[in-house]
Structures are given as structure tokens and as C-alpha cells.
Design a protein around this ligand. Structure first.
Ligand code: PMP
Length: 389
């Protein structure tokens, strides 16, 4: 990759140089006092970033899919009912994981580009005794964001544990894990947490830990069993050595640095910045006459934008934008895969990154013969991002 290229895909993202630099620190013993302090700080800081002061953090080497499995497999036993709310391809993954655990899975599949209807969810929750309900906060295949706060109220009211996939949301979109009744909030390192790929992260509520402790059967997966990881996480939080599987030492250095940066910015400011960048990009897309996959602004994610190509334009646009030095992603949802593209704007992204991306988009469209007034999208983005709150 050309080092001056701007990576604007929905993960992995462009990381802060201080986070990248610490990766090349000589690897320490995972039980050295220095590493124990760093890991302990990272676990403590996770609770502040997840807004779950009484939660139980877990950091395990693996990708976001492992975080999903860690989140679900420890709560579900054969025969348990699980309700999966789907807004794109990552919801389906939850269904697959739950079925592997022997769960009876029901699904509510939102129309493409829309979020689950709260009334339909409530009706379904009332119709049977669900042990767990899952939702994807931001489905990266559609750019749709679910109303986690409202869904949390419904899950609580009907006694279901609430598992939220925050892979494309955590530390970018507001989630007050504890206040909103989220029992497991999970993510991966490579998105808004802003650490290179390789860490599965999650915070479990006290209720979730209790549900885990009252299981009647062993968790079928050895590596994903909370029973193996709980004593380890507890030990590091008490600044004591422990071992189950070797932690990804250098990635944990990077995690500790990134979490400190996130907290220095402040959660509210960070959520507001992500919204501002998103509003800027979306205003540009609209000014250029491009339709978005999310049906309405209220269901559109702040961490990425999913935008349809205009008439006569296809994925050749991505190549043209890459020639301009900006990398964006193609489609992912099988129903519309070739008809849209995705732009990530999370982590340390700044207004200037949005302007560069919109500039490359305009130039790419023009290079493909699409009638576009150069500067129109940039102006809309400038105007939107320049608004005072
Ligand atoms: N959930 C969501 C919302 C995602 O966007 C992704 C990956 N893009 C995953 C889960 C799976 O994460 P990973 O690719 O790190 O396994």
C-alpha cells in the first residue's frame, strides 16, 4: 500500500501514529509487572469507554467474530430460545453462532436499509420466553444503526439478556452500556476502538455473569469459555499475574494507548465528532445526488456511510478514487453488492479526511463521465461540518 493513501473503509481504519508506534516496542513477558500494569489499565479503561462501570471486561486474541462467539456461546445452552434482530449480514452470523450452541433461533429481519420495528420486537418478545436477544448496533453491510437504547428497554421488560454487536459502533456511536441495559457489548479492535486487527473485546454485565454461572452445561468451545478467561481478567485487574492463553502483548500495548486517547477526548465529544463527520459525508453524498442505503437519517450509522452508485457508474469508481489516493470499500450485502459502496469515518478520522474523500469521490465520478459539479459535495460537507451544535 502507498503510505500516503487514505484508508477510509469501515475497518480496518487508518490508525493514530502513537498507537502504531507502540506496536514495535520490544515484546515483554505477559507476566512482567510492567505488562500487568498496562493490561490492567486497559481493562479498567474499557469499562469507561463502554460506559459500564460495574461490567466485566474481556480481551481475547481474535477477531470480531470471536467476540460475537464469546458473547453468545457463554449465555446460550441447548434448547434456549434466542431472538436475533437482523439489519444486514452480520445479524445472520449471530443466528449461525446461536444455532451452533443448540439454541432455538427466531429472527426479525428488517427490510433492507431499515432498522427493526420496535412494536414487532415487543410482540415477538411477548410471544415466547427468550433467554437472549441480539442486535447489530451498526451493520457494516448496510450502514443501518439500530435503536439500542429502546431495544434494551424491551429486552429488560421481557427478561431477555441483551447482546449487542458493537463491532462497527463501539467508541464511535453512543452506547451507555449499563444505563441502557446491554448485557454484553462486544467489539473488535480494528474499528472505532482504533487498534490494528487482532483483539476481541467485550464487557459483560453482572446479570450476564450470573447467567453464565448458573449454566447447567459446559461451554462447548474451550477457547471461548468465559470460565477460562474470567480468572485471568480478574487477576490483571488486581494487577496480579495469570495465564490461560498468551495475550497479544503488543496489541494490548496499542489498546492501552488508544483507550487513553479515547478517554482524553471524552466519550460525549467523541460521539459528537463521529456524528459530525458522518453528517458531513452524508450531506456531500446528497448534494452530489447520491442515494444512501439507510432508508432514513434516524437509522443511518455515524461510523460509516453506505451509498448507491449513480446511474451508469459501478465499482470502477473505487479504482478511480484509489488513483486519487483514497481507499473506500465496495458493497457487501448480497442483494445489492454491486450497486453501492461504503465509506468508513471512525476512530481518529478528521474533517479533512472527509473533505479529501469527497474530493476524490467527485473526481472519480467525473473521470467516469458522470455529470458532476466539482466542489459541490466538498462545499456541502464543509457547510455541514462547520455548523455549530
Ligand atoms: N460484526 C460487524 C458489525 C462487523 O462489521 C464485523 C466485521 N466487519 C464483524 C462483526 C466481524 O468482525 P471480524 O471481521 O473482525 O471477525
Amino acid at each position: 500500500m502507498n503510505e500516503r493513501q487514505l484508508l477510509m473503509i469501515p475497518g480496518p481504519i487508518a490508525f493514530d501514529p502513537a498507537v502504531l508506534r507502540v506496536l514495535s516496542t520490544p515484546t515483554d513477558s505477559h507476566v512482567s509487572p510492567e505488562f500487568i500494569e498496562i493490561f490492567g489499565q486497559a481493562l479498567d479503561d474499557m469499562l469507561k469507554v463502554f460506559l459500564a462501570p460495574n461490567g466485566q471486561p474481556f480481551v481475547v486474541a481474535g477477531s470480531g467474530t470471536l467476540a460475537m462467539e464469546l458473547g453468545l456461546a457463554n449465555l446460550v445452552e441447548p434448547g434456549d430460545r434466542v431472538l436475533v434482530l437482523q439489519t444486514g449480514v452480520f445479524g445472520e452470523r449471530f443466528s449461525d453462532i446461536a444455532r451452533r450452541q443448540g439454541a432455538v433461533v427466531d429472527e426479525i429481519i428488517a427490510p433492507l436499509g431499515d432498522a427493526p420495528d420496535a412494536a414487532a420486537v415487543e410482540k415477538k418478545l411477548a410471544s415466547a420466553s427468550y433467554k437472549v436477544m441480539t442486535v447489530t448496533y451498526v451493520d457494516t453491510s448496510t450502514g443501518v444503526a439500530a435503536d439500542v437504547k429502546r431495544l434494551g428497554e424491551l429486552a429488560r421488560k421481557h427478561g431477555a439478556l441483551f447482546v449487542v454487536d458493537g463491532v462497527c459502533a463501539t467508541a464511535g456511536m453512543e452506547c451507555q452500556q449499563e444505563a441502557w441495559g446491554v448485557d454484553v457489548y462486544l467489539t473488535a479492535s480494528q474499528k472505532a476502538i482504533a487498534v490494528p486487527p487482532g483483539l476481541a473485546l467485550l464487557v459483560a454485565s453482572e446479570r450476564a455473569i450470573q447467567a453464565f454461572r448458573s449454566r447447567k452445561t459446559l461451554v462447548p468451545s474451550y477457547y471461548a469459555d468465559w470460565g477460562k478467561w474470567l480468572p485471568i481478567m480478574e487477576a490483571y485487574r488486581q494487577r496480579k499475574p495469570a495465564y490461560f492463553g498468551t495475550p497479544a502483548v503488543n496489541l494490548i500495548y496499542a489498546l492501552q494507548v488508544s483507550l487513553k486517547q479515547i478517554l482524553a477526548e471524552g466519550m460525549d465529544a467523541r460521539f459528537a465528532r463521529h456524528k459530525r463527520l458522518s453528517d458531513g459525508f452524508k450531506a456531500a453524498a446528497q448534494a452530489l445526488g447520491l442515494r444512501q442505503v439507510p432508508a432514513r437519517p434516524e437509522v443511518a450509522a455515524h461510523t460509516l456511510s453506505a451509498v448507491y452508485y449513480p446511474e451508469g457508474v459501478d465499482a470502477a469508481l473505487l479504482k478511480k478514487m484509489a488513483e486519487e489516493g483514497v481507499i473506500v470499500a465496495g458493497g457487501l450485502h448480497p442483494e445489492i453488492r454491486t450497486r453501492y459502496f461504503r465509506v468508513g469515518h471512525m476512530g481518529p478520522a478528521a474533517p479533512s479526511d472527509i473533505l479529501a474523500t469527497v474530493g476524490a469521490l467527485e473526481r472519480g465520478l467525473a473521470a467516469l463521465g458522470h455529470l458532476v459539479e466539482l466542489g459541490r459535495g466538498v462545499e456541502a460537507a464543509q457547510r455541514e461540518m462547520g455548523k455549530s451544535n
